[in-house]
Ligand binder design. Structure first.
Ligand code: PHE
Length: 349
């Protein structure tokens, strides 16, 4: 090889080995392969050579040119890899205990109100129970004094599984299991049954601003000797006054549910006008909030409790409805929408 070419190759290799970033590599490319680069300049020397020398010299310069181009590309790739690795290494290791740097999430308004109700009932000695969303026909209807073909089933059309089980249409579906769970303590040790069981319910409904196929209720029961409607009124009034942070009046109107006798609709004094009458309460001064009643003897019997000896009350608070009233939400569909615009406005008080 021509000694000049050989020398230039050594020099190029040495400089290429030193290049530590893409800018330096680019400078190297210009210095050797650019218009006035050392390798390009070599070509210009050809004119002074004899025809034979020209041939081999030209080949050797071209080889060096190809070699330098390839080497610069390889170096560039290697540098890129190193730069990426550097970037990866510079990211601090993920620390799961670090607080989130994004906007913090918020609780769903149903969760907020449910927790508030649970807190209040716990202070009054109620246990909080969780129950399955999939239940049997027996739990949802038969044990609640709603036999097959009873017209009360029409109002609670729900979703059925192939195995005959169904998505519970009301939290009352857990009553039977609750009675069976606590009856021994009641009968043997005289411990009253006091439990609430919030849960998601399902109904086969055409949806609109007031109806959803999925909503929340919070059921409550109390069973002991000599439980009366006064106990029911007391607990409901205390709970609702705390939730709304004002002293509310409540009233009972007759209502029919096969699993309570007598059955009621519980109304609260209107939150807007305080009972004077306004468009929100259709000028009646009252808002309908919670169906309830004294537990039907057949329902107690199905739960293994003797209705001759014990009585109790049950209520089925519409949790979703309560949330809508508390926060003035007009369309129930907003609650299941997953819309952050709607759902992030609520704060825990
Ligand atoms: N489970 C009834 C419903 O969803 C409400 C209710 C519960 C009524 C408890 C009375 C007692 O319609």
């Amino acid at each position: 090889m021509n000694s000049k070419i050989a020398e230039l190759k050594i020099q190029f290799d040495a400089e290429a080995a030193k290049a530590s970033n893409t800018a330096e590599l680019e400078a190297l490319r210009v210095a050797y392969l650019g218009k006035k680069g050392s390798i390009t300049e070599l070509m210009k020397e050809m004119k002074d050579l004899s025809p034979e020398e020209k041939k081999s010299f030209g080949q050797e310069v071209n080889q060096l040119k190809g070699y330098a181009t390839e080497k610069l590309t390889a170096c560039a790739e290697e540098l890129k890899k190193q730069e990426i690795q550097k970037e990866i290494d510079s990211v601090p290791e993920f620390d799961i205990s670090m607080p989130p740097s994004m906007n913090e999430g918020s609780y769903h308004p149903v969760t907020l109100v449910q927790r508030e109700c649970e807190r209040i009932f716990k202070t009054m000695g109620f246990a909080v129970e969780d129950y399955s969303e999939i239940v049997t026909d027996y739990e949802c209807f038969e044990a609640l004094n709603i036999p097959k073909h009873h017209p009360a089933r029409d109002m609670q059309d729900t979703y059925y599984l192939d195995n005959g089980q169904l998505l519970k249409s009301h939290t009352s579906a857990a009553q039977n299991a609750i009675y069976k769970k606590y009856k021994d303590a009641l009968i043997n040790d005289g411990v009253p049954i006091k439990a609430i069981f919030p849960g998601r319910c399902f109904r086969n409904e055409a949806t609109d601003a007031c109806h959803e196929n999925t909503f929340f209720q919070m059921e409550g029961v109390m069973v002991d000797k000599d439980i009366s409607i006064s106990n029911l009124i007391y607990f409901m009034k205390t709970m609702l006054s705390e939730v709304f942070k004002k002293d509310l009046k409540v009233r009972l109107r007759p209502g029919f549910f096969p699993f309570v006798e007598p059955g009621f609709e519980l109304d609260i004094s209107c939150l807007i006008c305080g009972g004077e009458g306004c468009p929100s309460c259709k000028h009646s001064g009252w808002l309908e909030l919670c169906p309830c009643g004294m537990i039907h003897p057949e329902v107690l019997k199905a739960g293994g409790i003797d209705p001759e000896e014990y009585t109790g009350f049950a209520f089925g608070l519409g949790l979703t409805r309560l949330v809508m009233m508390k926060y003035g939400i007009k369309d129930i569909r907003d609650l299941n929408s997953g819309s952050l615009k709607t759902l992030t406005q609520f704060i825990d008080e």
